[in-house]
Every structure is written in C-alpha cells, then in structure tokens.
Design a protein around this ligand. Structure first.
Ligand code: UDP
Length: 235
C-alpha cells in the first residue's frame, strides 16, 4: 500500500489516496488543538498513541459486530482505511457530566447521568461545530431519518462495549466523540478515531484524568497520561 496524493490535512491527521480508489491512508500527527483551534501545541508521541489505540479499539468493536473503516495498520503512525463520505456530524456520547455539558446545564463534573446522553454537532469549523437536533439534521439534509436512527443505535452499542472494556483496565469512560462515514454502497460505518483526544478517561480509583483535558486545561503530564492509556491497553 503506497501513499499517493495528499487529499486533506486536518488538525490532527493527514489523509492520502492510494492506488486503490476504495482505500485511503491516514497519518496521525503530534499537533494538538483545542477550543476550535484557538489553543495550539504539540503532544510528543500523540500520533503514535492515537493511531495504535484507535486501531486496537476498531478491531475490538469489529469483533463485536460494529463495522468500521479500519483496514490495516501500516506503521506506528499510519493506517489503511476504507474510503467513506463522512457524515458531517459529531456524535457525542456521555455517561457522566463533564466539559461543555457541565457548563451548559450546571452539573458538577463527574455527575452520573441517569441514562446515556447522545448529542449531535454539525461538523463546521467556521461555525464552531454547533449542536443540532434531529430536526436540524433532517431540515439541512445532513442525514436521513434511517441514518440518524442507525447512527444512534450504533453509538449506544459502541458505548456499552467501550464502558465494559475500559472498566476492565480500571478506566471510567466519561464521554467521547464518534464520527461515521458512508461507503460507496451506502452502508454506515464507524470512522475517524477513538483516542485520548476524543474520549474522557478517568482512573477508576483516583479520578486522575488520562486524556486531552490535561492539554486543554494546562494540567501538565499530558504525554504521561497518553502513555499510561497505552500501557493499560497492553500496547
Ligand atoms: N470532543 C472531540 N472533538 C470535539 C469536541 C468534543 O473529540 O470537537 C470530545 C471530547 O474529547 C469529549 C467529548 O467529545 O470526550 C465531549 O466534549 P465536550 O462537548 O464536553 O467539549 P469540550 O469540553 O471538550 O469542549
């Protein structure tokens, strides 16, 4: 598998074409941003962690019946993935209150939600990824009713599987963000990444944050936290 033309460079990844029109190569960078790009920095080794952890999670989810874009890990930073059209939604899954939900609803961070909360944001950097509901999604044609329902039920199943897995390595899964894509035959599959950039992970015993909040909030020990998550996954 050879990298060809650079298709897209985002905040944390580059995407290349390959000789196979149905396969792209993702290359994970160490660049870190927060607050819609306002805060910029580098987390040394992050690209390696996010690549290897995402692939580990995608393989685990595939075994449990969740279709993903994962094809093959090529090296420590690069992975072959299926070409998809990204559904322009960020799906946020929340088990405990944190971050923007805590602020918006006045809930202390760590408050257990009685049921899982699903939120959608419209992927649009210029607008700062505004939150949208089903009506907005349908009215803007971002996804169909059937696609929304499928994305919601896949997200809840992924949450169940991830809660159970992370619990087994002493990590409390607070919340996370997913993105889905549509294959050429119209199937909805899980895409993007699952990493400390896109999830909140708290140590079950100490409550220590093992994710990107350490960077967002200038807490220090960022690289160490990413390395600790790799260790817990046996990577
Ligand atoms: N998240 C993400 N990308 C975004 C926004 C959020 O990966 O553009 C993840 C974030 O890491 C957290 C969850 O989604 O695990 C919920 O984030 P929240 O809405 O609380 O936003 P934040 O407080 O990070 O701005």
């Amino acid at each position: 598998m050879q990298k060809k033309e650079l298709l897209y460079e985002g905040k944390a990844k580059k995407v290349y074409k390959t000789e196979d029109p149905e396969v792209y190569i993702v290359s994970y960078k160490d660049d870190a941003t927060a607050f819609n790009g306002l805060k910029k920095g580098t987390i040394v080794g992050k690209g390696v962690v996010n690549n290897q952890m995402s692939n580990f999670m995608f393989r685990l989810l595939e075994k449990q019946g969740i279709p993903t874009h994962y094809v093959e890990e090529l090296d420590e930073r690069e992975t072959a993935v299926k070409r998809v059209d990204i559904v322009p939604l960020e799906v946020i899954v929340r088990n405990k209150a944190a971050g923007s939900l805590s602020k918006r609803l006045g809930l202390a961070e760590g408050t257990q939600m009685k049921t899982t909360v699903l939120e959608f944001s419209y992927k649009n950097d210029d607008l700062g990824d505004p939150m949208v509901n089903d009506y907005h999604i349908l009215a803007m044609g971002l996804a169909t009713r059937e696609e929304i329902d499928q994305i919601a039920s896949m997200s809840l199943k992924i949450n169940d599987l991830m809660i159970e897995f992370f619990r087994s390595v002493n990590v409390d899964l607070i919340d996370f963000k997913l993105e889905f894509g549509k294959t050429s035959d119209g199937a909805i599959i899980l895409a993007d990444e699952i990493s400390p950039d896109t999830c909140r992970f708290w140590d079950v015993n100490t409550g220590e944050k093992l994710d990107k909040d350490r960077f967002r909030r200038d807490m220090g020990g960022v690289e160490e936290a990413y390395a600790e998550m790799m260790k817990r996954l046996g990577l």
